[in-house]
Design a protein. Structure first.
Length: 228
């Protein structure tokens, strides 16, 4: 019953936020969006008894900075500083996720996937160049630098998720890597919608991919340490 209760709570938060995004009802967005990351952290806490302590600390830190980023990105219409603060918070989250994924590889005692097949970096470099060129003319000088740094960190996070291939539970890799790709998709849509052109149903698409990304990464880390 306890298990069903926590999933019911997540469903309420998820549906509430997505309805708010789809309909433009701001109070729903303000009420439910700040609850997404705390729910993910709570679920992790309740199921992480087998997770290595340093891994726990890194995941909690990544979620904390993601939560701060979520709060800031609720108010870019008030002042542009909130967008930049949100970008900075998510930059920290991506750097922590990079370290988290590397830590799980180190603890597995196996060789990192990209050391064996580094050519996979080419796909990330190609996407990063395409994405940055697409945004470049729409950015001021500060954002040109900030978006470049964030793009490197975001794609680095996904590359390190790929780097976990063959380093533990296959489902753990699948969840984390899928989550990383959804994170890239969500953040790409935020930037394109803000600086290039309006994306239809942008709120629904951005939040849908973002929530899925954070959830899958968290569940993937749990899978890494799940007892058979």
């Amino acid at each position: 019953m306890k298990k069903y209760g926590i999933y019911a709570l997540f469903l309420i938060i998820l549906v509430g936020d997505l309805i708010g995004e789809a309909t433009g009802i701001k109070w729903m967005d303000y009420a439910f969006k700040p609850l997404i990351i705390p729910w993910i952290a709570l679920f992790f806490y309740l199921n992480s008894e087998n997770v290595n302590r340093p891994v726990k600390k890194l995941l909690y830190l990544a979620l904390l900075f993601s939560w701060i980023g979520d709060i800031n990105l609720m108010f870019p219409h008030v002042n542009e500083i909130f967008f930049k603060a949100g970008l900075g918070s998510f930059l920290m989250a991506q750097i922590i996720y990079i370290n988290l994924f590397l830590k799980t590889i180190t603890l597995s005692g196996k060789r990192a996937f990209l050391k064996k097949q580094p050519f996979w970096f080419i796909a990330y470099v190609a996407y990063g160049l395409f994405f940055y060129i697409l945004l470049f003319e729409s950015l001021d000088m500060v954002l040109k630098i900030a978006v470049l740094i964030y793009t490197v960190a975001l794609l680095g996070m996904s590359a390190m998720a790929l780097n976990r291939f063959g380093n533990g539970n296959p489902l753990s890799f699948t969840y984390v890597f899928a989550g990383s790709l959804l994170f890239v998709a969500s953040d790409s849509m935020i930037a394109i919608n803000k600086f290039v052109f309006a994306i239809p149903f942008e709120g629904l698409l951005i939040m849908g991919t973002y929530i899925s990304a954070q959830y899958l990464i968290m569940r993937g880390i749990l899978k890494q340490y799940q007892k058979e």
